[in-house]
Design a protein around this ligand. Structure first.
Ligand code: FES
Length: 256
């Protein structure tokens, strides 16, 4: 983990209130595992005080660039969306444990399921799995077509299905509806998105190898403040920290 003032190379609105920002800096050399995140301090001033945890969507080591995708929803991300190329942001990272790649072999199939702003880290995951010779099937869920992003990028990597809650694109409903209607076969499932989606996947595949990346409010991002704790399954007292023990957990490891 390092801290660096990374320079913004590109910033673009890619869907309603969804922005993609590409950053460059030495920190990219540290970024390896899909599912890890960076903690960004948007302004040097005290307000907004906290950093924002944002997952890595795309890592380009050759160009020393990484891309993050975020939703503009509060003061911090609104300020972030107003930043322009050439400006810098204070970045701490990479943080957390990402998705395990050694649990699947070349020739096997990974089902990759994302919901809303949980989709970005799955792009880097899918790229790395494809590089290892693994077949990927993506199921991406969004509220509507207006907030949908990156479906074409996923299509380039493998079979891709979309679900929208309002039916404006793909299957009307949820990612679980797509999986049920297509009877998708897979060896390992990787997912990131809202808790109800993760719970539904955990319930649907109790005997499969499933890895879930949790979205949680964070403070320090480095395991020091306890803002992100979740309970360990089958224990009344044990807990794990999403920022440093996660954000990726094996299904059944923690209470969702
Ligand atoms: Fe501080 Fe996780 S955010 S312990």
């Amino acid at each position: 983990m390092k801290r660096e003032n990374m320079t913004i190379v590109h910033q673009e609105r890619i869907a309603e209130n969804i922005y993609a920002m590409t950053l460059t800096g030495d920190l990219v050399a540290e970024m390896n595992r899909p599912g890890q995140f960076v903690h960004i301090k948007i302004t040097p001033q005290a307000d907004p005080l906290l950093r924002r945890p944002l997952s890595l969507c795309h890592i380009d080591k050759e160009a020393s660039q990484c891309t993050i995708i975020y939703r503009k929803e509060g003061m911090g991300t609104t300020l972030l969306s107003q930043k322009r190329p050439g400006e810098t942001v204070d970045v701490l990272g990479p943080l957390g444990n990402g998705f395990p790649l050694d649990v699947i072999k070349a020739g096997q199939t990974a089902l990759i399921v994302g919901g809303g702003i949980g989709v970005p880290p799955l792009y880097e995951l899918s790229k790395q799995l494809v590089k290892k010779g693994i077949s990927v099937i993506h199921v991406l869920g969004f509220q509507s077509k207006d907030v949908m992003f990156y479906e074409n990028e996923f299509v380039k990597l493998g079979e891709t299905y979309v679900a929208t809650v309002d039916g404006s694109c793909g299957t009307k409903g949820f990612v679980t509806d797509v999986i049920a209607e297509r009877s998708i076969f897979f060896d390992v499932l990787y997912a990131c998105g809202p808790k109800p989606m993760l719970k539904a996947l955990e319930r649907a595949f109790p005997h499969k190898e499933v890895y879930l990346s949790l979205e949680e409010r964070m403070g320090c991002g480095i395991g020091a403040c306890f803002a992100c704790v979740c309970r360990v399954s089958n224990s009344k007292t044990a807990y794990k920290k999403v920022c440093s023990d996660g954000p990726v957990f094996k299904a059944g490891e923690v209470v969702l």
